[in-house]
Design a protein around this ligand. Structure first.
Ligand code: NAD
Ligand code: LMR
Length: 341
């Protein structure tokens, strides 16, 4: 069995609905970066991808040449860092993954230090996407996700092409970490630990719902430590990399998992559910327009946004603590585009 098939399981040969798409163009913006390179590699190994388009302000064609020698069916092209290169990269894309932007170093926060640089990078890439591929699914990895997703929404609104069903903040790494950390505590297989994580993607806005996994025996200090580790898992990696960046390899895996889920859903598979940060009705009455909860994916992107569901008092408090930061982070993104269109 080829490496690609081992990684992604058997290629789906079941009957897809007549409208399901069998071929998919995936673009990666920031493809030469710490996340971009392994993410592009994983996309090349995914048999659901037919075309891979790689863009970066440096080394896009180089990374593409390298990856293009891998003997899977998809074609790979790298694009020059010019407006026309970016446009060609984006045109016809079904999925646009954006891991472009600076990562944290020790002592930095996503909300302040990364925002200052990444807000304009994401705004400009979103403008190009809105012009060249307004119907694509836009998957935002660049931090701070709580603000970069609203930035994209504002850009698409300003160009009259906003479709809330096609915009996703990738929070999958929080779920991946939660699954792994719980399995370490319980001595179980992480593949069996499906932990729901809601809210946003930074610090206390990350709200793991351990009670929904049935682990009622994780309590007290053990639970506090677990929640803290999930919420601040990113810091663990930033510290260990000691100035050389943040999570890249685990993020590439998480981004590839989310893209795979979206590809499955767009190719006709039913019941595909991921937690993701989307334009959500759940807390709009509290002024929070974006929220991550379980979302069923379909051929049109977001199919159904699930309620948070039953949570205990401890988790109610976590959720409560998340809301203030979340609201501010979202507003900061919206205000940025209004002030810097
Ligand atoms: P990196 O510096 O290694 O790579 C970023 C890449 O973006 C570089 O190759 C750079 O040339 C490119 N780039 C910069 N401006 C660009 C532009 N205008 N157009 C296209 N490409 C551009 O950083 P990284 O470690 O890959 O992290 C990237 C981002 O992802 C950071 O903001 C980081 O905080 C974020 N991140 C998010 C999550 C998450 O869970 N959502 C997890 C880890 C990292
Ligand atoms: C993460 O959670 O690993 C990312 O958001 C990167 C970071 O800055 O911690």
């Amino acid at each position: 069995m080829s490496f690609a098939r081992q990684m992604f399981g058997q290629v789906q040969r079941r009957a897809f609905s007549a409208s399901a798409r069998q071929s998919s163009k995936v673009a990666v913006l920031g493809a030469a970066g710490g996340i971009g390179q392994p993410l592009s590699l994983l996309m090349k190994l995914n048999p659901r991808v037919s075309q891979l388009a790689l863009y970066d302000i440096r080394l896009g064609p180089g990374v593409a040449a390298d990856i293009s020698h891998i003997n899977t069916k998809s074609t790979v092209k790298g694009y020059d860092p010019t407006p026309s290169g970016l446009r060609e990269c984006l045109e016809g894309s079904d999925i646009i993954l954006i891991p472009a932007g600076v990562p944290r170093k020790p002592g930095m926060t996503r909300d302040v230090d990364l925002f200052n640089t990444n807000a304009s990078i994401v705004r400009d890439l979103a403008k190009a996407a809105a012009d060249a591929a307004p119907n694509a699914n836009l998957l935002i990895i660049s931090n701070p996700v709580n603000s970069t997703v609203p930035i994209c929404a504002e850009v698409f609104k300003s160009k009259g092409v906003y479709n809330p069903k096609r915009l996703f903040g990738v929070t999958t790494l929080d779920l991946v970490r939660a699954s792994k950390f719980v399995s370490e505590l319980k001595g179980t297989d992480p593949a069996d630990e499906k932990i729901t994580v809601v809210g946003g993607h930074s610090g206390v806005t990350i709200v793991p719902l351990i009670s929904q996994s049935g682990h009622h025996d994780i309590t007290g200090e053990k639970l506090d430590a677990l929640i803290n580790r999930i919420q601040f898992g990113g810091d663990e990696v930033v510290k260990a990399k000691d100035g050389a960046g943040s999570a890249t390899l685990s993020m590439a895996m998480a981004g590839a998992r989310f893209a795979e889920s979206l590809l499955k859903a767009s190719q006709g598979e039913k019941g595909v559910v991921e937690c993701t940060f989307v334009d959500s009705p759940l807390y709009k009455d509290q002024g929070i327009d974006f929220f991550s909860s379980k979302v069923e994916l379909g051929p049109d992107g977001v199919q159904k946004i699930h309620e948070v569901g039953r949570i205990n008092k401890y988790e109610e408090n976590l959720l409560e603590a998340a809301m203030g930061d979340l609201k501010k982070n979202i507003q900061k993104g919206v205000d940025f585009v209004k002030a810097n269109p």
